[in-house]
Design a protein around this ligand. Structure first.
Ligand SMILES: [Ca+2]
Length: 281
């Protein structure tokens, strides 16, 4: 019930947030569509849970009526980590909710990254939000890291994790919201929301930044695939296909050394598996 109320509040906030947002404020999932776009403060990729500087941005996005998904689009898309914005119900996420899913080991954790905007020296920000445990979930690590400074570090958790933190960042400094696999790799899809608000700027500095420069999700025209010419990737995520259930908990096989074994995933993502593996040696 508590989780449902949180999700309801997030949904309501997502609906009114675009009208309320001002310069010096950034928010996920509202800014999801700005990921990797020029001028955006947001990106997503892989990050070792224990090594700052390990971030490597995802390279591909797939979109259909179920989700918009960033990943490496390689043979083992789940095992190498991904993030998505639910367009329809997907793996426990509700429409409009963002999710982070880690790869198979701590060095293959997945991060959504916010980078402090250009134009100001060190500035104070407040960040509030939630890592939401989805249905049938396993344990996972949740970490918030500012450069090499750890702001939040919870390992192998199975409960929702809220956060309300204050930090100071210089232009270009990155804040990583990281989800790792926990003690074993299975069922780590984690709902994610965050709002970053600029609290102060140095005297004489004038912020010229809007939150992303990209139209918010609710204002952007839906990018549905043209059914007459679906992309191969869209076909692999066909909207008519029922959303698969969360992976069942697997017997513990040591820390994060399991691999995708579900026949269902192999069938579901067979188009990706036929593609040459890349990026994730
Ligand atoms: Ca786990």
């Amino acid at each position: 019930m508590k989780s449902t109320i949180k999700l309801l509040l997030l949904t309501v906030f997502a609906g009114i947030a675009p009208a309320l947002m001002a310069a010096g404020e950034w928010s996920m999932p509202n800014d999801f569509d700005s990921i990797a776009k020029p001028g955006s403060q947001w990106s997503a990729g892989r990050a070792d849970i224990d090594a700052s500087g390990s971030f490597r941005a995802f390279t591909d996005i797939q979109e259909n009526d179920q989700w918009k998904m960033w990943n490496f689009a390689d043979a083992d898309v789940w095992g190498n980590g991904l993030v998505w914005l639910a367009v329809g119900p997907a793996f426990g996420t509700e429409p409009g909710e963002a999710a982070i899913h880690p790869g198979t080991s701590p060095d293959k954790a997945t991060a959504i990254r916010w980078t402090a905007p250009n134009g100001t020296p060190k500035t104070t920000y407040r960040v509030t939000g939630l890592f939401r445990i989805l249905a049938n979930a396993g344990d996972r690590d949740v970490i918030i890291r500012l450069g090499n400074q750890t702001l939040l570090d919870k390992r192998a958790i199975t409960e929702d994790q809220e956060f309300d933190l204050q930090f100071s960042a210089s232009a270009g400094q990155s804040l990583d919201f990281i989800v790792g696999c926990g003690e074993s790799w299975t069922n780590e899809a984690t709902g994610f929301s965050a709002t970053i608000t600029q609290k102060s700027a140095p005297a004489g500095a004038k912020s010229t930044q809007s939150r992303s420069g990209i139209p918010p999700l609710s204002q952007e025209k839906s990018k549905r695939q043209d059914p007459a010419s679906p992309s191969p990737t869209a076909a692999s995520l066909a909207p008519s296909r029922p959303a698969p259930a969360e992976k069942k908990r697997q017997p513990r096989r040591g820390r994060c050394d399991s691999r995708v074994s579900s026949r269902r995933f192999r069938v579901l993502f067979s188009p990706w598996r036929s593609r040459s593996a890349r990026n994730c040696a």
